[in-house]
Design a protein around this ligand. Sequence first.
Ligand code: ATP
Ligand code: MG
Length: 315
Amino acid sequence: MVENEKITVESLKKMSDSDLILRAKKISKRFCVGDGQKFKLKNYSTQPKMIFGPDDKPLVKEALAQGIDILSKLQEILYAQDKWSLLVIFQAMDAAGKDGAIKHVLSGINPQGCHVTAFKAPSDEELDHEFLWRCAKVLPERGRIGIFNRSYYEEVLVVRLHEAILKNQKLPEKLITKKIWDQRLEDISNYESYLNRNGTKVIKIFLHVSKEEQKKRFLERIDEKEKNWKFSPGDVKERGYWDQYMKAYEEAIRKSSTKASPWYVIPADNKSYARIAVASAIITALDELDLKYPDVSPEKLAELREIKKVLLEEK
Ligand code: ATP
Ligand code: MG
């Protein structure tokens, strides 16, 4: 996957957990925006450079399986330690593969420690509150991973492009000024540092798909019977705003990517690669959390030894 690196199914299988974590960090670094001040979307491709082709299925399968395995090990410690939590935000144009990435990457994770929320157009109750309200209610508890399939970033994306949606938000007119998008991004950034400072690490993933690839996937959704349900005519309408969306994404990423809460701009024209890169980003985030199993006190250890003795002596 990483250029200049000879990798085979066998070499992957032989890697230790710490080597696999290092490898994940190396992969994710390529897509990590970090401090966003100079971010330009055009510097990020929708096509990954790979040392294996998309047809090298066994290698792709093994790389993803390894990523999933490491993720589940780290999640177990996160859960046992019960101090940190991780929020992973997914944003993308339609058909970029958010649902598939979430489904595959999290497939090895203990469902008790993970919660996925999909954010659609807000309900009447949600519109009666400020925009972070519905997200705050479903933040991950300590020890858990929370996944947002879309998020409060829609407030500076779809809402920015459709005046009618903003009008429908019941905001006092006086507050709707030209500065509203900058203000929202500032509030989002502050909110994320607040979360980070209180033990919830936040990372954001933009699945970067090309307009051509989206068209191909829409056509598949129309042509293949099993995919018909995924197609919604509204998606084609949003496609008409492609350039405005890219501009809005660029600005959102520039103003909200930080070292502590980075955006990852992941090439999404190849689904398998995107999933490996997503797994790598989540592994990197978990690895930064100084995770360790909780210490057991000498008293507790003595108690455990006692119980063991009783169990072994049981007839
Ligand atoms: P898929 O990729 O399968 O189409 P999806 O995430 O697009 O999944 P949908 O139910 O098709 O899910 O769409 C959800 C819609 O809700 C999106 O068009 C999104 O822009 C919209 N939405 C999300 N948050 C808001 C918001 N705060 N205000 C208005 N619309 C929103
Ligand atoms: Mg949709």
